[in-house]
Ligand binder design. Sequence first.
Ligand code: NDP
Ligand code: OXD
Length: 309
Amino acid sequence: MALVLIRQDGKIDLWKNALLKANPDLPTYSYLEEHPKEDITMALIWKHPEGSLSIYPNLKCIASAGAGVDYIFEDETIPNAIPITRLVDPYLAGDMSEHVLASIFAELKNFNTYKVQQTQAVWKPKNYRRITDVTISIMGLGELGALTAKDLVQSGFKVQGWSRSKKSIAGVTTFSGNNDLNKFLRTSDFLVCLLPLTPETNGILNTVLFEQLPKGAYIINVARGGHLVDNDLLAQLDNGHLSGACLDVYHQEPLAVTHPFWKQPKIIMTPHYASVSDTKSVIPQILENYKNLQNGKELMNVVSRKKGY
Ligand code: NDP
Ligand code: OXD
């Protein structure tokens, strides 16, 4: 049995060293080095090159080194019967919640407007809103969405959440399914997307949805670029129906320098860094799953191939 690391973001050595520090006996390889393909039983991957998993005849687990798995399902060459696992981690959820809260507070207190005014040396006070003035709506009440919702409730916000199945979270008004979507949207001052990207949620942030939000609503997309129809957002910002957006994720990453988002002052952009897997925190669950695989035990955090998340 052995583990192969596959990722293209320059972090292979970081992950390899962290794995070996936690278990010096673990046979661990970078996919870029010479390694025995038939020994590999677990692939720990992040945005792998398409087709790179099909060369391992004894692969038994595809482990995403992130919470999202949409990039795995995009690769049509991934072997069918092999379980896919993902990360569920308190820091990943906590960091996301902090990022969303920061985006909301920056907008409530007009930091985004003042940043633009600063570049023009403009002194122009603008009325701010209070926590009690706004309703925050979270699409997706999973590991990240549920914690974010709870933290927002604790900060005093009115909070709503929407998910596929009905949820019960103290202080949060919950909605579920497509029939509830309009009711959920029409009272949303801030709309936060924390859905997984699946065929059902692809392009969900579009004109039809935006038009169901109250005038002046603000969009925060921290899930995946594929959820958003870019031109629909730009049009709704131009016509003033939406007041602004804070985006962390994009169709293409890094975003092309020619993309119109860069020049739209109502958009705040961060480079897909809302919440990042912390090796120290997540490696124990990867090693535990490796051991589970070795002992024929059930794996943790297995993704549903049927649901796509
Ligand atoms: P989970 O799988 O725990 O939760 C997903 C939630 O979305 C669930 O509540 C689920 O409903 C709901 N959902 C899924 N499909 C639908 C649908 N069709 N209609 C309504 N609700 C739906 O995911 P996480 O919270 O762990 O992560 C969410 C996403 O965040 C990840 O997939 C990833 O894309 C993104 N992410 C972004 C990061 C960043 O740095 N920007 C970092 C980490 C993750 P139900 O509970 O009923 O199944
Ligand atoms: C993730 C991410 O899915 O970083 O973990 O986007």
